[in-house]
Design a protein around this ligand. Structure first.
Ligand code: NDP
Length: 291
């Protein structure tokens, strides 16, 4: 008789709700001291997916009590116009976090835009100064998606220190900062990518396997070590309209010890961490009042 042990489902939606409730209480206390955290979100153009993301960020701000301001700018906005808008927000004392929704239209230099945000208000943690701080293990703002994953692991009592962690994907937004955060938490980290030879051999070493690629069905059961923890960052729209991760969830859950679903895993945590970063930025900019 074979007994199939199904993995624990790591419920990111539930944890995100918990974190938002903690933040709501913290913000209430900050407001009593006269500090109202403020987030400005800039949307250039009318990409439907970006519009949805911006709307959900605005909704999350309302839920926790962050003052949010959405600036919608036309597709034809120039580099200079966008930089001027960001500079105004850099100077605005009521705004503690600035987020420019990516991707930007092709004629805009994304890197320059990110660099024009005051690093103290860079709640996405994309500014080179903050990326540098992350790599030397200092600072209080962390990239949202990787920070959300660390939170999922910790709140499920999953040990990170000393574990073999494999991150598939090396983007500046997810893969690289994920690897850095795991390293800062004392894991032994390997980063795999599209040029990695024998991907399955590498992924099979992982006690904690994190896939951030964007290819449905990439991670199959034979690529996962027995009882590994599997975190699926991928968000892929299937032909039938359904959302799927990178991991073959039905197969892999039979072998993993724990697994994040898509949707309801990593996704909700990203926004919760954005809220947390905004609160941290507000606290840092009001250090004297806060203490
Ligand atoms: P990118 O396209 O920027 O990066 C994808 C990475 O995957 C690259 O490093 C690429 O390697 C690697 N890759 C591509 N094909 C393979 C392969 N066959 N084997 C191994 N590695 C491969 O994507 P992002 O990092 O921005 O996003 C990754 C996924 O995560 C997407 O599905 C995205 O939608 C999702 N996402 C989800 C979030 C959430 O909140 N849940 C937040 C952000 C992203 P190379 O560098 O060699 O090209």
């Amino acid at each position: 008789m074979t007994i199939i042990m199904s993995a624990k489902i790591l419920d990111g939606k539930k944890i995100a709700l918990e974190i938002k409730e903690e933040l709501r209480l913290e913000i209430k206390k900050l407001k009593e001291k006269g500090i109202v955290p403020g987030l400005a979100v800039i949307l250039v153009g009318s990409d439907p997916a970006s519009k949805i993301y911006v709307a959900s960020k605005k909704k999350a701000c309302e839920e926790v009590g962050i003052n949010s301001k959405v600036l919608e700018m036309s597709e034809n906005t120039t580099q200079q116009e966008l930089e001027v808008t960001i500079e105004k927000l850099n100077q605005d004392e009521k705004i503690h976090g600035i987020l420019v929704q990516l991707p930007l239209p092709g004629h805009i230099d994304e890197e320059k835009i990110i660099e024009s945000i005051d690093p103290k208000k860079d709640v996405d943690c994309f500014h080179p100064e903050n990326v540098g701080k992350l790599s030397i293990g200092v600072g209080n703002i962390f990239p949202c998606t990787p920070a959300g994953i660390i939170e999922i692991l910790k709140r499920n009592d999953i040990e990170i220190a000393g574990q073999e962690c494999v991150v598939v994907g090396r983007s500046n937004i997810v893969g690289k900062p994920m690897a850095m955060l795991l390293l800062n938490n004392n894991a032994t980290v390997t980063i795999a990518h599209s040029k990695t030879k024998n991907l399955a051999e590498v992924t099979k070493r992982a006690d904690i396997l994190i896939s951030a690629v964007g290819k449905a069905g990439l991670i199959t059961k034979d690529m996962v070590k027995k009882r590994a923890v599997v975190v699926d960052v991928g968000m892929n729209r299937l032909e039938n309209g359904k959302l799927a991760g990178d991991v073959d969830f039905d197969q892999v859950k039979e072998i993993a010890s724990a697994i994040t679903p898509v949707p309801g895993g990593v996704g909700p945590m990203t926004i919760a961490m954005l809220m947390r970063n905004t609160v941290e930025a507000a606290k840092s900019s009001n250090l004297r009042t806060y203490e």
